[in-house]
Design a protein around this ligand. Sequence first.
Ligand code: ADP
Ligand code: MG
Length: 259
Amino acid sequence: MNVLQLDHVSHVYVNRKGADVALHNIQLSVEKGEFVSLIGPSGCGKTTLLSLISGLLTPSAGTVTVLGETIAKPTPSVGYMLQQDYLFPWRTILENASIGLELMGRRNDDSKQLVLELLDEMGLAAHADRYPSQLSGGMRQRVALVRTLATEPELLLLDEPFSALDYQTKLQLEDLVVETLRARGKTAVLVTHDISEAIAMSDRVIMMQPNPGRILTEVSVPEPIRETLPLRAREQQGFHELFHQLWGYLEAAGGKEKP
Ligand code: ADP
Ligand code: MG
């Protein structure tokens, strides 16, 4: 089953200085349960693409379809997780994790149970009544993940969700995210500037190129790497070859992304 389909999607930002073609003629389809990464130099339109998929932006041309429906505004089928956790400091962890449900008018005893189960699964059960300032960066991102999963979206969009974390925490969270999404059969699109992360987490890696933003090429991740959780996937045969192949594409696409 096809969860996400982009057909001839282009996006132009218009401002006082003129028009900026952020994306040109994007063609992409993602199957149910697939994990796809978008990688490419700064400014190649990765965030714009996620905004179009989430319905926060409407494409200047072409169509975005999620589960067979054309996206014109944000929909509960799509969840969005960002680099910053945007937790409200005055709300407890449980209240923060429940905010999506609250906004959709779906907060009740059943949904509270679901949030508590998710918090437990993320190792946060003991922290439900604490406040964000009492948690580490990795724990806060896990709360953000619970908040995203709580509304039960079919498709998750992840915009560099690990880039503000230290290396060890990032690796632990990569495993947790893949395990959690896989167990639920969720579909995901991840934006990252980290080639290893893209290979380790995904079924497919899509390399983008700027001016105007477009798809340069895509690479399928071999079975043995795909079947292994991200931390161990890095030790699988073929991982380094793929890394160097993508590194070459990234240079061709316009160099390494700015840190
Ligand atoms: P990436 O996430 O890959 O770094 P973006 O999607 O943020 O790329 O940006 C793609 C292009 O669109 C860039 O040239 C950027 O300057 C431009 N852009 C992004 N957001 C806006 C905006 N709100 N208004 C005008 N131009 C924008
Ligand atoms: Mg971006």
